[in-house]
Design a protein around this ligand. Structure first.
Ligand SMILES: Cc1ncc(COP(=O)(O)O)c(C=O)c1O
Length: 503
């Protein structure tokens, strides 16, 4: 077959139009980024306003690419939260490295399905290379197995199902939890204060029941009490239950706590339990020489997870799971059907990622990870991470020296919480009314900062008290962003406290 000229096939754009609108889109993306610093972080709209803007029926006739771009400009971009803003401190979101935007377009160009090697030979090898690079960066075995998934929750799911399959005292693949060989409740463990709710979500997805997640007491620095863990595992086993997995927090969601993984590995080895490190927020910090010691024993974890869409800045979404022994991951997910492979014993195939994780069809996530990693380089990554951690220390200094702020923890990574306590109420928080009022002040401060559009700050609870929480997860954030946000918090705090208490 010879094709002598380009012919527009049904559903495609004319190439001239594609080029014209494509260049315009690049201009729109560049303008968006040029204005990020001045943009409101959260749009000033109600859910009703937004719902009212998207009510039209599906158009009967197709629309031009120009019209679609114009509409993106008119109502999508203005009604989107500026997650890429240097003052977006909510949840744990990276800013989206710009090279990742281009990578997303290129991944869509080939419409690669990274589920099967034959659907994307380059994609499969690039994914493997990314996993090797990441493992080497953090000091994990670089011949480990692993896979890219949608985020930290799915990474934890992938690891914890692998743990269950591996540790269960019978082959749990055919009969699962309903197998007659099951002799007790499958249990998993994490720390009580800073263990992440995604682990509870995983217990749900595995239908273990939420109470299968056993909460282990933590110490003053929010890390798990390893002695208590040891005793709980022994008691549960003596009770006829089946402890199968311990989840270490490697950079916890509120205070960035890093559990003592080496000591946990000793306990897990003694009890024959899988050790998973949830490093969604913090795992990459293991690549920083100054923090390396905190991650001592990391190489002993059976599996690790982290979110590439957090500190690494890969555009949403992308999570990573690493499993020390690749074959265990494959055994947990391997599945076959005639239409997946055909009947020939075909040697000409590499790794089929549908055998290593929950998805069959998969987007070419690896391309954006590969490009972001290469764009920063190992040195660049270390310097961005070190900068963000230094910003958390800077915020800590501001908090420490302010008469209306209470320090709740030492900063370790880029996640930091503190509490606004008007000086007039200091020392009175044992009175329940006062404690509740201070909780309310903190929530109102966060609401006011959000409404102002300057920054996006949220609250959380630290040992039961409402605290302001800032995740300094953007590669764009500078000291001036922290200063402006802290100043606004202090001003709002004073004004809210004055209204509430006439202080
Ligand atoms: C420690 C930890 N684990 C897991 C997750 C879940 O990640 P995701 O939201 O990507 O599913 C998060 C999210 O912030 C997290 O902080």
């Amino acid at each position: 077959m010879t094709l002598t000229h380009h012919e527009v096939r049904p559903g495609d754009l004319d190439l001239e139009e594609f080029r014209r609108v494509g260049y315009e889109m690049i201009d729109a993306i560049a303008s968006y980024h040029a204005g990020l610093d001045r943009r409101r972080v959260t749009p000033d709209v109600t859910p009703e306003d937004v719902a009212g803007r998207f009510t039209e029926p599906l158009p009967a006739a197709g629309e031009s690419a120009e019209a679609l771009l114009a509409d993106w400009r008119a109502r999508v971009e203005p009604l989107s939260t500026a997650i890429g803003s240097p003052r977006h401190f909510a949840f744990v979101n990276g800013s989206g490295a710009m090279i990742g935007i281009l990578a997303e377009a290129l991944a869509a160009c080939t419409n690669t399905n990274a589920g099967a090697w034959k659907l994307g030979p380059a994609a499969a090898e690039i994914e493997r290379q990314c996993l090797r690079w990441i493992a080497r960066f953090i000091g994990y075995a670089d011949d480990c197995g692993g896979i890219l998934v949608s985020g930290g929750t799915m990474a934890n799911f992938t690891a914890i199902l692998t743990a269950l399959r591996h540790v269960a005292p019978y082959d749990s693949t055919p009969g699962g939890l309903q197998d007659a060989a099951r002799t007790g409740r499958f249990l998993l463990y994490m720390s009580d204060q800073e263990g992440h709710v995604s682990v509870t979500r995983v217990a749900d997805m595995l239908n273990l029941g939420r109470t299968a997640v056993r909460l282990v007491p933590s110490r003053a620095d929010f890390t798990i009490d390893v002695g208590a863990l040891d005793r709980m595992l022994a008691a549960d086993r003596a009770n006829g239950d089946l402890p199968f997995c311990v989840v270490a927090q490697l950079g916890s969601v509120n205070v960035g706590a890093i559990d003592p993984i080496d000591a946990m590995a000793d306990v897990c080895a003694r009890h024959g339990v899988w050790l998973h490190g949830d490093g969604a927020c913090g795992l990459l910090a293991a690549g920083l020489p100054d923090l390396r010691d905190r991650f001592r024993g990391l190489e002993r974890a059976d599996s690790l997870s982290f979110d590439a869409h957090k500190l690494l800045g890969v555009p949403h979404d992308c999570g990573v799971v690493l499993v020390r022994q690749r074959e265990r991951l494959r055994r947990a997910f391997s599945i076959s059907a005639p239409y997946l492979r055909g009947e020939t014993d075909d040697d000409n195939r590499g790794i089929d990622y549908f055998e290593y994780g929950p998805q069959m069809s998969r987007s070419f996530r690896a391309l954006k990870v590969w490009m972001v990693l290469r764009h920063f380089g190992a040195r660049g990554l270390r310097s961005v991470f070190a900068k963000n951690i230094a910003l958390a220390h800077h915020l800590h200094d501001l908090v420490r020296s302010h008469p209306d702020c209470e320090v709740l923890h030492q900063p370790l990574l880029y996640l930091y919480c503190f509490r606004y306590v008007p000086r007039e109420l200091r020392g009175r928080e044992r009175e329940p009314d006062i404690a509740r009022a201070v909780d309310a002040i903190n929530q109102r401060i966060a609401d006011a900062i959000q409404q102002s559009g300057l920054a996006f700050v949220m609250t959380t609870r630290i040992r039961g008290k409402v605290a302001l929480r800032m995740s300094i997860c953007s590669h764009r954030t500078l000291e001036q962003d922290i200063d402006a946000t802290f100043e606004a918090i202090a001003l709002q705090g004073r004004a809210i406290a004055a209204r509430q208490f006439v202080v």
